[in-house]
Design a protein around this ligand. Structure first.
Ligand SMILES: [Zn+2]
Length: 623
């Protein structure tokens, strides 16, 4: 809500009277669907670089069964789905859809016929993790390499910031550096994803409650100590590391595995936590033995003084769960992507298994400390990396299923060292999950219904209650009289204690402006022979980072009470200042009360959601 002072006269009399009010809009589809629950807590788990086949890679190793396997012949278009055998808890969840994730300056679209008509189509023009993290974290597509800005360079509101605005705690957890692109996409703003020192500073100062990840200056990838590394290729500056380690930030700082476990076990739960694991880049992925691509997972000795992603997730939940207003938590399995870039099958399995364990820890937390009625959990990826496929797959033969036995390394082929445009899976359960399912309005001929990555960001924005935030923080009336000598005044009062909620009336959404009163007690000299004009102007209707124009909002003013016959303005849309009421020199005196019927026309392309707008009323002493 904004308050402002506007005068058009040169009067020496101090006349300051302006009020604003917030206008909230209920979901456009409210009359068609039961009102779904709004979650108190939202947990988003992202396996970076995991397509359907990376999820099944872990399933095959763990249980010898798969859930997503297909044979597709691009020449004939024949599609055959293998048996779907769920082994993971999320494979039983009610919402299971796909997700497209193209960036603004990559290929720029996903086309199911092209994607399954030529084996090579998805292999080029893919998103990077910064654009994908921004899309998931803001609901807006941007260019590769960019975090928290749109392609025009306009700063975007992130889900982390929005969660903070509604008093929820915020946590970011990853198994790669804490300021890598995916976690950064939920809180940070930087035109260059590789400005790691800048991103570290922004994240540390962002006011979030939990940060956990790798990126320690004093440890190698093998979890052994080294002399501090703050130079080229380092993740954090000396100044930022020292203020964290010395307790000069709001965070309680931890780094040893036992400290992580103490928080995860609930023995020690600080108010805010920064956990910097004792490794350079990854919890486990980069440890020695990376060249051993054909050994079984966990054959190479693990880094011992490093938490698992599962432990880090439990620690984050314990800290965030203390907030009575709830929380938003992003957990990234960051190194599935690194394994995909290196076509490293063994460690892709390891990383996906730790990600799965983290999902189980989250589900356990929900069922023990919360409930599915108050917590939403979404599991997805940001893109696929490595173009993982079955044996025999290729341009001539098309897609072949991954196969393998429990306890053995699946036989697979990799067809890229980079990211692909292949659709990735989404699983969701809990309060509000059906809203996400309803956004799956696109259809892939193999994977079925799918959302875009921006839909996930938009749905979380909606569930975080953008409109309500504006109203809660609003100051309804601001009337300021700065001169004690003034004996008369022109003032405006709005009888409003909260947002105006517009509800369906069959043809659109309708509501009523709160009673608005102009009081003019100026004498003739003070008024300089003038009357007044009361006008209004609405801002755009927004929900998160999406909007539709305020020209959809119209009002029909009417005078409720006037001693002297002030006139109501005409029916008008409110994208430009529109007159609510006017007076001339004789009708100005006394108290004039006006109301207005508000009517919102919903644009055909508007997406469902809780949109908020602001209507500013301005009172002018008139020439
Ligand atoms: Zn990624």
């Amino acid at each position: 809500m904004h308050s402002q002072v506007q005068k058009r006269t040169c009067s020496l009399i101090a006349v300051s009277a302006i009020a604003g009010l917030a206008v909230a809009m209920v979901p456009a589809t409210a009359e068609e669907a039961p009102t779904p629950g709004v979650p108190k807590n939202i947990i988003l788990l992202i396996s970076d670089g995991a397509g359907y086949n990376q999820f099944d890679l872990a399933n095959l190793y763990e249980a010898g069964v798969s859930y997503n396997q297909v044979t597709v012949d691009p020449a004939t278009g024949a599609i055959a789905h293998a048996d779907r055998t769920p082994t993971q808890i999320y494979e039983e969840w009610p919402v299971q859809v796909g997700q497209s994730h193209y960036s603004a300056n990559g290929r720029g679209f996903y086309d199911t016929d092209a994607a399954w008509g030529s084996f090579d189509w998805v292999a080029s023009g893919a998103t990077d993790s910064a654009a994908a993290g921004t899309a998931l974290g803001t609901g807006i597509k941007t260019n590769n390499g960019t975090l928290g800005f749109d392609p025009n360079g306009d700063r975007l509101l992130t889900l982390g910031e929005q969660a903070q605005a509604v008093d929820k705690a915020v946590g970011l957890v990853t198994s790669v550096p804490f300021n890598h692109a995916t976690p950064a996409g939920f809180i940070a703003h930087n035109a260059n994803r590789n400005d790691y020192h800048g991103l570290a500073t922004e994240i540390i100062d962002s006011g979030v409650d939990v940060v956990i990840g790798a990126g320690h200056p004093n440890y190698t990838d093998a979890n052994t100590s080294r002399s501090s590394h703050f130079g080229n290729g380092s993740w954090i500056s000396q100044a930022d590391f020292e203020r964290l380690a010395n307790g000069q930030t709001p965070f309680t700082y931890i780094e040893s595995k036992s400290q992580f476990e103490a928080v995860a076990n609930g023995e020690f739960v600080p108010e805010k936590l920064f956990g910097l694991a004792r490794v350079a880049e990854t919890f486990q992925y980069n440890r020695p033995g990376l060249a051993n691509n054909n050994v079984l997972p966990f054959n190479d000795p693990a880094n011992t003084d490093v938490p698992s992603l599962e432990t880090a997730s439990k620690a984050a939940l314990n800290v965030l769960g203390q907030d009575e207003d709830g929380f938003f938590l992003m957990i990234e399995g960051g190194a599935v992507d690194w394994a995909g870039h290196a076509n490293q099958t063994t460690r892709a399995v390891e990383e996906q298994l730790d990600f799965n364990n983290s999902i189980e820890a989250v589900a356990d937390w929900v069922e023990t400390n919360s409930s599915w009625d108050e917590t939403l959990v979404i599991v997805t990826a940001d893109h696929e990396t490595g173009y993982l496929a079955g044996v025999g797959a290729g341009a001539a033969t098309g897609w072949k299923p991954l196969e393998g036995n429990a306890g053995e390394l699946p036989n697979v082929t990799w067809h890229s060292g980079g990211h692909t445009n292949a659709i990735v899976p989404v699983f969701a359960k809990g309060a509000g999950s059906e809203i996400l399912a309803n956004r799956a309005t696109n259809w892939d001929k193999v994977r079925g219904a799918y959302v875009d990555n921006t839909d996930i960001g938009e749905v979380v924005f909606d569930l975080l209650g953008h409109a309500q935030t504006e109203a809660e923080n609003a100051v309804d009336i601001n009337a300021n009289f700065g001169n004690d000598a003034v004996t008369g005044a022109l003032s405006l009062a709005v009888d409003s204690t909260g947002p105006v909620v517009l509800a369906s009336n069959g043809s659109g959404l309708a509501g009523e402006l709160p009673a608005t009163t102009v009081v003019d007690t100026r004498n003739d000299a003070q008024a300089q022979g003038n009357g007044w004009t009361l006008s209004g102007l609405a801002s755009e209707f927004t929900a998160g980072n999406r909007a539709f124009a305020s020209d959809a909002l119209a009002w029909t003013p009417r005078i409720v009470a006037s001693e002297n016959g002030a006139a109501a303005g005409s029916t008008a849309t409110l994208e430009a200042p529109a007159v609510l009421a006017t007076s001339d020199r004789t009708s100005r005196v006394g108290s004039t009360s006006v109301l207005a019927d508000l009517l919102l026309t919903i644009p055909a392309d508007a997406k469902a959601g809780n949109y908020g707008s602001e209507l500013t009323l301005s009172l002018f002493a008139q020439d």
